[in-house]
Write a protein that binds this ligand. Structure first.
Ligand code: CMP
Length: 157
């Protein structure tokens, strides 16, 4: 099933100049860019994005970090994109993330963990709406999927 998901390349990814290498991993998997922009996250946007974590002990630090420098907001599209992107990203605590994942290969922090990725279809829809206006997302042409999936039976296989 084709899905869209929100990925944020956090301030550590931008400052450490890892943006290109991280995006390359998602692109290599066949995930398509549907939206991409460099933004400074405001406190209001950070609080909306991390509303589910309000009240947790790490909440204040999380808001401070995500607003501490520019982030790259990305909408990725692909078959089973939400779980696929989560697997490529690796588990939250980068010290424990699997080797081969972005966090496993490039971080050992539980906060400076480089990437945020939506964890369900509901949060993907909400988070994409928080970061992108509908006109900022582009539709992937069927032609561009031609060698990523078998399209001969209708739905991408
Ligand atoms: P992210 O995927 O952006 O979503 C929530 C973030 O909270 C998560 O990445 C972590 O960086 C952070 N987080 C989750 N659990 C903890 C924790 N126990 N201590 C510090 N930060 C945490």
């Amino acid at each position: 099933m084709m899905q869209r998901t929100l990925v944020l390349l956090k301030p550590d990814a931008v400052e450490r100049a890892l943006v290109g290498r991280i995006l390359a991993r998602f692109e290599a998997k066949g995930l398509r860019l549907a939206g991409l922009k460099l933004i400074q996250v405001t406190p209001a946007l950070a609080e909306r994005h991390y509303a589910a974590h309000r009240g947790k002990p790490f909440y204040a630090g999380l808001i401070r970090f995500i607003t501490s420098g520019p982030v790259v907001a990305v909408c990725l599209e692909g078959r089973k994109a939400i779980e696929s992107v989560r697997r490529i990203t690796g588990s939250t605590d980068a010290a424990e993330a699997a080797a081969g994942s972005i966090r496993g290969d490039f971080s050992s922090s539980n906060r400076f963990n480089l990437v945020h990725a939506s964890d369900s279809p509901e949060s993907a829809a909400q988070e994409l709406a928080n970061f992108f206006a509908p006109g900022e997302l582009v539709d992937t042409s069927r032609e561009s999927l031609r060698w990523l999936y078998d399209l001969s039976e209708g739905d991408p296989l």
